[in-house]
Write a protein that binds this ligand. Structure first.
Ligand code: ATP
Ligand code: MG
Length: 429
């Protein structure tokens, strides 16, 4: 196939074999968020480029290297969203729903776009579920976000495979003082820093802490620590968060080098990491951004949020064999009909059954080959039971009811009794 008729590198189809696991994951998260009182918001996928520059920061990997930016027909510069927070903040401001200190607990789901080097767990179109909370400034809400994810890992069977890393970046004032000390220290060791870090030292010095370069890491071992520069308020906030995590029994490690790739964070930052996915180890990441709303033209509004990468979590469920068994079966009952009159009766019968059993997964296969080939399809579908409706059954107003998974003989069931019979033998979720 010519290249221009193929999918774009790093942008994947999610095939029918994979969607049950995606839907399981997404519905598990959605139910949990409902339970905690979070409401869904849906933003457009495209925004003005300026929005991301202003919120994420000009000197970040995302804005410098990763955005899909283009001019539309009016000449406006637009960008496919690389993350959700910027658009969510824009939306709440535009609709005034955080005004007057109104608390908003919001979540969203959808594709994000970043021009990165595609590899396992890293794609150019990927999917996130994200949360943003506005107008709550205490550590209790930071804790709630983490507690919810901890519950999610529990439900998914992933608790043993993830680790929580925490740090506090302080207020912008204390971060400013720390930045100065860091720049002073690193400038004295400039020749030992890798090229990227030398550049970052000028443009975004905190990001040097993020380096993967071993020599630079060695230099950083003696660098000033953010913790020593925290203001009292940030320190108390961080202690409050830790106390809450301790109270629930959530283990964590403090990672003083955790700075996160976006400029807008303050105070709490956290990441859930795993060693099960190779280099792409962060499955969920977030933090507090008390200055962002104001920076984007709103009234001072505290905010905190996180985003998790759906691909990485789905990969983890597969790698750790945590895919629920029931996902293998997408069909409960498979109805095979033979002959024109029987096919009509089968259609009417299946609709009657659906009226009574709205959760039943009933697949009807009419006019699709011989008895043998239909039966094979029924078996392959994973269905628990096959229903057979041919001329004989039509004459008697019954269906043949055949267990496909080895439980018992075929029997005849009257049409009128079919729904009741199915209700007793198919467990409905
Ligand atoms: P990384 O350090 O892996 O590049 P990030 O800090 O850029 O991650 P965030 O912007 O915090 O990532 O996004 C939140 C989550 O979204 C990440 O923890 C990850 O699970 C997921 N994610 C980010 N970028 C990608 C990508 N290109 N492909 C797949 N998932 C991604
Ligand atoms: Mg990244």
């Amino acid at each position: 196939m010519s290249k221009s008729l193929q999918a774009i590198r790093g942008m994947n189809d999610i095939l029918p074999e994979q969607t049950p696991l995606w839907r399981y994951f997404e519905s598990t998260v959605a139910r949990l968020l409902d339970n905690y009182g979070y409401r869904q918001i849906r933003m457009p996928i495209v925004e003005f480029t300026e929005l991301f520059k202003r919120s994420i920061g000009e000197v970040t990997d995302i804005v410098e290297k990763e955005m899909y930016t283009f001019d539309d027909r009016n000449g406006d510069s637009l960008t496919l969203r690389p993350e959700g927070t910027a658009a969510c903040v824009r939306a709440v401001l535009e609709h005034g729903i955080t005004g007057g200190g109104q608390v908003q607990k919001l979540w969203y789901i959808g594709p994000m776009f970043r021009h990165e080097r595609p590899q396992k767990g890293r794609y150019r179109q990927f999917h996130q579920i994200g949360l943003e909370v506005f107008n709550l400034d205490g550590p209790d809400i930071d804790a709630e976000l983490i507690v919810m994810t901890w519950r999610l890992w529990g439900e998914l069977g992933l608790r043993d495979a993830v680790k929580l890393e925490l740090n506090s970046l302080g207020t912008s004032e204390s971060r400013g003082r720390y930045r100065e000390a860091l720049v002073e220290f690193l400038s004295a060791h400039l020749d030992k820093l890798d090229e990227d870090s030398q550049r970052r030292l000028k443009t975004n010095p905190l990001r040097v802490l993020d380096t993967k370069n071993a020599d630079t890491q060695a230099v950083l071992a003696d660098a000033p620590k953010m913790a020593d520069y925290l203001d009292d308020e940030s320190r108390a906030h961080f202690e409050g968060l830790k106390a809450r995590l301790d109270a629930v029994g959530i283990p964590y490690v403090i990672n003083p080098k955790l700075v996160r790739g976006l400029d807008y964070y303050s105070k709490t930052v956290f990441e859930w990491v795993t060693d099960k996915l190779g280099a792409q180890g962060t499955v969920c990441a977030g933090g507090r951004y008390d200055g962002l709303v104001e920076q984007m033209g709103g009234k001072p509004t505290p905010g905190v949020g996180f985003a998790m990468g759906i691909e990485r979590l789905v990969l983890m469920l597969e790698a750790l064999d945590k895919v629920p068994e029931e996902l293998a079966r997408q069909v409960d009952v498979y109805l095979c009909a033979f002959g024109e009159a029987a096919e009509l009766a089968a259609l009417a019968l299946s609709e009657r059954v659906r009226d009574q059993l709205p959760n039943l997964r009933l697949q009807i296969n009419a006019g699709a080959g011989s008895f043998k080939s239909q039966f094979k399809k029924a078996d392959k579908s994973g269905a628990l039971y096959a229903l057979i409706l041919g001329d004989d059954e039509l004459a008697q107003q019954v269906v043949g009811f055949k267990p496909l998974r080895g439980q018992g003989e075929q029997q005849s069931i009257a049409w009128d009794a079919l729904a009741a019979h199915l209700a007793t033998c198919v467990v409905q979720g």
